[in-house]
Write a protein that binds this ligand. Structure first.
Ligand code: CA
Length: 285
């Protein structure tokens, strides 16, 4: 839970394309996926790639299962560490999936720590998969999740999944509205309280026949009624300036998984992250 990993450029002067003023902090998503990635890097090859271009990158780790508020508080403690280590007052937060809600919470309650918020495939209006699980399996949800994840704390697991339902996210949004679209599927405010907000997402599901997880996301996508990445709907992922909302990515492709098995017919996720770091750099962030 306190796993904070730093990535810096292997050699000085090897590149400046991603050399942002403030450190880049990567905040992971919810549940099962993290356990799944225990032996892999969650952000597959991404921090190394950004560091090679001159960025200072930190990968944070919070509870696998819990609410964005609880996970956000854990993140704040790690941001305080990063501030102490780097001497930089603020960071560029990038959150994937539930990590996108965590970083919104952080920016809302500790804006002094944050230069920008970027969310990728994050369920800002909830996810219909969580709605479905909650509606149909509420009584057995804890057991199911415990079996899937080996979680020793099913109460946190239930709270974690419930926090991604449309109803719970609506409550979260009422407390932390920064950067949200004013009307469904619009863009949000790009600048709130001095903090830049950005987002992107995919709407592909079966993108690489060699990736065994594409099938599982295909099943999950059946619960959804709109274009989605297998877990999160296109419009649900909108926050701040929408970079793009229809990459040929599924939910795992967005973080270059599994092990870089992504579509050959779309911009590589590493390049999308690299270009975004350059965007932040050019914005003085
Ligand atoms: Ca994939």
């Amino acid at each position: 839970m306190s796993g904070l990993v730093a990535f810096t450029s292997p050699k000085t002067g090897c590149g400046t394309y991603t050399k942002t003023q403030y450190p880049i902090v990567l905040a992971h998503g919810a549940a099962g996926f993290d356990s799944l990635f225990g032996i892999l890097d969650y952000w597959f090859g991404i921090p190394e790639d950004l560091a090679a271009g001159g960025a200072k990158v930190y990968v944070t780790e919070v509870s696998q299962f819990n609410t964005p508020e609880v996970r956000g508080e854990q993140l704040i403690a790690q941001l305080e560490q990063i501030r102490a280590i780097t001497g930089k007052p603020r960071v560029n937060l990038i959150g994937h999936s539930q990590g996108g809600l965590d970083v919104r919470y952080v920016a809302a309650v500790r804006p002094d720590l944050v230069a920008s918020v970027t969310t990728i495939g994050a369920p800002h209006q909830g996810t219909q998969v969580a709605d479905y699980l909650d509606a149909n399996f509420a009584n057995t949800l804890g057991t199911v999740i415990g079996l899937l994840s080996g979680s020793s704390n099913p109460q946190d697991a239930i709270a974690g999944i419930r926090s991604l339902t449309s109803a719970q996210v609506a409550e979260f949004n009422a407390s932390y509205p920064q950067g949200l679209p004013a009307t469904p599927c619009a863009a949000g405010n790009a600048l709130v309280n001095g903090i830049r907000y950005y987002s992107w997402t995919g709407t592909g599901v079966l993108t690489n026949s060699a990736d065994l997880f594409d099938g599982a996301l295909g099943v999950a996508s059946l619960f959804a009624s709109e274009a989605n990445d297998g877990l999160v709907g296109r419009c649900s992922a909108h926050l701040g300036q929408v970079i793009r909302d229809d990459y040929l990515y599924n939910h795992l492709d967005e973080v270059n998984q599994i092990t870089a098995l992504v579509s050959p017919f779309e911009a590589n996720p590493l390049v999308v992250f690299r270009n975004h770091a350059n965007r932040l750099k050019n914005a003085g962030l």
